[in-house]
Design a binder for this molecule. Sequence first.
Ligand SMILES: Nc1ncnc2c1ncn2[C@@H]1O[C@H](COP(=O)(O)OP(=O)(O)O)[C@@H](O)[C@H]1O
Ligand SMILES: CC(=O)N[C@@H](CCC(=O)OP(=O)(O)O)C(=O)O
Length: 304
Amino acid sequence: MSSGATRKHTALPKAQILIEALPWLVRHNGKTVVIKFGGNAMIDEDLKAAFAKDVVFLHHAGLKPVVVHGGGPQISAALDQHGIVSEFKAGLRVTTEDAMDVVRMVLAGQVQRELVGLLNQHGPLAVGLTGEDAHTITATKHQPEIDGELVDIGRVGEITAIDTGAIEALLADGRIPVVSSIARSQDDGHVYNVNADTAAAALAAALDAETLMVLTDVEGLYEDWPHSDEVISRLTATELERLLPDLSSGMVPKMEGCLHAVRNGVTTARVIDGRVQHSILLEIFTDEGIGTMVVPDEHEGEAV
Ligand SMILES: Nc1ncnc2c1ncn2[C@@H]1O[C@H](COP(=O)(O)OP(=O)(O)O)[C@@H](O)[C@H]1O
Ligand SMILES: CC(=O)N[C@@H](CCC(=O)OP(=O)(O)O)C(=O)O
C-alpha cells in the first residue's frame, strides 16, 4: 500500500503535463478547428476510436471541432461490389449517375454514421449532415483541364457557395458537426461528389476557422515523394504555391485546400499523420507538432 506522500509524488508528472497545456488551452479557447479525416487513415478500428476521443477532448477543452470525413477506399470497395470500376482523372473519381448513388450511400449512410456513433459514445455530441443539408455546400459541374482539354468526369462538383448556418447553429448548441463531402447542385435537383479535402478547406475558410487539420496516411508532405521520406515541416502560402504544379495524386487536393484555407483567413493548415494515435492532440496542445504546417505569407518568421 502506498502512502499519501508517495501517491502525490507519482501523480506530479501528470499535473505537469496538464499545466504545460495551459498556454495552448488559452490560445485555442472558443476557436473553430476543421478536421478532415481521410478514408485511408480510417481503416483501423483502434485509430478511429482514438480519433473520436481526440475530437471529444478538443470539444471539452473549449475548442469547436468540425469533422469533415473522406471515404475513398470505402467507396471503391462498395463500387467494386456493385460491379462498377473505379477510375480517377486529375485525382478525382469519375462519378457516373449510378456511382453517385453508391458514393452517397457510403459517405452519408456508412462512414458518417460510424463516426457519429463513435463520437456519441462520449455523450450526445455529434450530429451528421452532408453538404446537401441546409444548403451547406453548393456546387456546379466540375470539368478539370487535362492536357489542355476540358474533361467530363460526371457528377463531380466544384464548390460555388458555402452556407455555414447549420454548422454554426450546431456549434452554438455545443454539438460536433460531422460533414460528408456531398454537395447540392446549383444547376439541377441532383447532388455532386466533392473531394473531401476540398470540402474541408472550403468549410474552414467559410467558418473563419483557426486551423484546418488534414489527417492522412503519410507523415505529411514529403519533399521528394516517392524517392525520399523527408517531410516538409513548414511552408508559407507562396512557397506552397510554387510547389503545387509538381505535386501528384492524393496530395494535390490536400495542398490546394491548405493554400485556399490560409489565403482565406485560416491561421494554419496542417497535413498530419492519422496513423499516429492522438496526433491531433500533439498538434493542438504541444510544441511538438508533427507533419506539414502551411501558414499565410504575412506570418513568415512569426511563431505560430
Ligand atoms: N509529396 C507527397 N507527400 C506525401 N504523400 C504523397 C505525395 N504525393 C503523393 N502522395 C500520396 O498521397 C497519399 C495521400 O492521399 P490520399 O490517398 O488521397 O489520402 P486520404 O484518403 O487521406 O485523402 C499518400 O498516401 C501518398 O501515396
Ligand atoms: C470527387 C472525388 O474524388 N470524391 C471523393 C470523395 C471521398 C474522399 O475524398 O475521400 P478521401 O478523403 O478518403 O480520399 C471520392 O469519390 O473518393
